[in-house]
Ligand binder design. Structure first.
Ligand code: LMR
Length: 398
């Protein structure tokens, strides 16, 4: 049986990550996978995370199971970071968060949950969207469809196209996947006013928002990055949010995420949480503990929280300054194309508009690895590689 297995193809981001590791060229540059790198090109463990880990080693006195929904303290933090400390929905008992295996795990549990509630469920995703969204949804058995989002002509947002398409094609009961901030892969976000318009539309049409929030704190700030999400949560009756601490706590390999569910009324929470726990139980049974304990230990301690927040601010500022430096360096190299997109797009990613040929030239001739769709991880730019990257980009842009 195994000899007749047909490959479904490897995820392009992870395949490129492997190809980069195997490339022997010394000056190679990795701008593929979405991890934050510091000015020296390292993926550091954050100071507060290290300190929390030291505390945990001492304090941990059991390795017993955590339960299907995960760590209660962590779950409370996850919901408050998204919706706000004083969110009325939390006070009303209409919200529950379940600890998941990373943000991808939250997406999968959310999709499995939707499928278990409605076998015919359709999920709308943006064009383009993160490479793993559609595989996660379709493997969970959901139907998917796409709405316009990115406009290549100005590397901006086709908001009118998005709304017109959803208005014409979506049906009551469909779910719509939105990116809370730092849209992956384009770096092009909805403005606050556009979040309001989408919210009104979802309410009028009876659509369920499923918001992916993987980069909170890396765009404009922890609060600013979820302003649109919070507006939506205040006005829609029900909502799902998949969130991740991979990026804003830099705990990528600890697989630390949460699925937050907002219900119409507190009476609905027990049943919906039970339904989510059922899909968790038959999938991986229970989440691992370490990453969630780190996050909770940091957020339980005001001094550690302040240190984490300061380091996150430094990370965000470095991303913004590197965007500016890249733009200036391209301008210095007489690239005449409009480069405003480099500084207008937010978060870790920039969508360069480079086609497959340019992507291959960058990799083969310059040792610069970027995602196949032209996405670059801006946080992968550092003092050591900026000159080489600017030269390579200028060569394919001229
Ligand atoms: C990315 O988009 O690069 C990250 O979210 C990592 C991943 O798992 O694809």
């Amino acid at each position: 049986m195994f000899e007749s297995v047909e490959s479904r193809g490897v995820d392009q981001i992870l395949a490129l990550m492997q190809a980069f590791r195997a490339d022997p060229r010394p000056g190679k540059v990795d701008l593929v996978v979405g991890v934050y790198k510091d000015a020296q090109g390292r993926v550091p463990v954050m100071r507060a995370v290290k300190a929390a880990e030291r505390l945990l080693i001492e304090a941990e006195d059991t390795k017993t199971y955590v339960g299907m929904a995960g760590d209660a303290d962590y779950r409370a933090h996850a919901a408050r970071l998204l919706l706000g400390n004083d969110a009325p929905q939390i006070a009303e008992g209409r919200v529950t968060s379940l600890q998941t295996v990373g943000g991808s795990g939250a997406l999968r549990v959310g999709c499995d949950l939707l499928k278990s509630l409605n076998a015919d469920m359709k999920l709308w995703v943006s064009t383009p969207t993160w490479a793993n969204h559609v595989p996660v949804a379709t493997d969970a058995g959901l139907r998917t469809d796409a709405y316009p989002y990115f406009r290549p002509s100005d590397r901006g947002l086709d908001f009118d196209g998005m709304m017109a398409h959803l208005d014409a094609q979506s049906a009551e009961g469909d779910a719509i996947l939105l990116h809370a901030c730092c849209h992956n892969p384009t770096g092009v976000d909805l403005s606050f006013d556009q979040w309001k318009t989408v919210t009104d539309f979802l309410v009028a049409r009876g659509l369920l928002p499923f918001v992916d929030c993987a980069y909170q704190g890396l765009g404009k700030g922890m609060e600013e990055d979820v302003a649109g999400l919070r507006h939506m949560a205040a006005h829609v009756p029900e909502m799902l949010i998949a969130s991740s601490f991979s990026k804003n706590f830099a705990v990528y390999r600890e697989r630390t995420g949460a699925l937050t569910i907002m219900a119409r009324a507190a009476e609905d929470i027990g049943a919906i949480q039970g339904a989510a726990e059922t899909v968790i139980r038959s999938n991986y049974s229970m989440p691992p503990s370490h990453g969630a304990r780190i996050v909770a230990a940091v957020l339980d301690d005001p001094a550690l929280t302040a240190d984490w927040s300061e380091e996150l601010d430094e990370m965000r500022k470095r991303i913004a300054s590197v965007r500016q430096t890249l733009r200036t360096m391209l301008e210095e190299r007489q690239v005449t194309k409009d480069l405003s997109f480099v500084t207008d797009q937010t978060g870790m990613f920039s969508y360069t508009g480079f086609g497959p040929e340019a992507v291959a030239t960058l990799r083969d001739d310059h040792g610069i690895y970027i995602a196949g769709d032209g996405r670059i991880n801006v946080a992968g730019l550092s003092e050591d590689n900026l000159d080489a990257v600017a030269d390579g980009f200028a060569a394919v842009m001229r």
